[in-house]
Design a protein around this ligand. Structure first.
Ligand code: DGP
Length: 139
């Protein structure tokens, strides 16, 4: 499938729709997932127009995964999570619903289940507060 520049994350990158941003670098953007599977669920995306992991130039993929690590470290600290799940889905058959490559960073706790993927919208005020805490911790 060719990359569709009207996908929601491309529109966030162009500033056409808002997002609770956490971190922006030359090659990546991190922002809160609007349907978090746990409080603190953050997405990290490359700015390059890649639908899945298979289309992204290796050097940009490397830069992106370094930002995933940086964001995951801060998510773990801010949300006092003993575990952090990093997930990345390629293709509808894998459950991908937004066709711009993204990494999910999800805090996990012993014995605690996480919410169903991409179902319930969070309160925007809560997302704003979570993004602010993450930005503060990133410095
Ligand atoms: P995936 O199924 O891996 O493609 O996950 C897409 C994620 O994107 C899902 O967890 C919900 C989230 N999402 C969908 N629409 C929006 C949006 O408009 N803004 C934000 N911040 N996240 C979104």
């Amino acid at each position: 499938m060719p990359y569709n520049p009207q996908n929601i994350f491309a529109r966030i990158l162009r500033g056409e729709i808002p997002a609770h941003k956490v971190l922006e670098t030359d090659h990546t953007l991190a922002f809160m997932d609007v349907m978090p599977q746990a409080p603190g669920h953050t997405l990290v995306i490359p700015k390059a127009p890649a639908e899945s992991v298979f289309e992204l130039e290796p050097a940009i993929l490397a830069a992106t995964i370094l930002e995933v690590q940086r964001v995951a470290r801060v998510v773990k600290q801010v949300f006092q999570a003993p575990g952090v799940m990093i997930a990345q889905l390629n293709g509808a058959a894998a459950g991908q619903s937004v066709f711009h490559l993204h990494f999910h960073v999800i805090p996990r706790y012993d014995g605690a289940d996480f919410h169903i993927h991409a179902r319930d919208m969070a309160d925007p005020a809560v997302l704003a507060e979570h993004a602010a805490r993450l930005r503060a911790a990133l410095g």
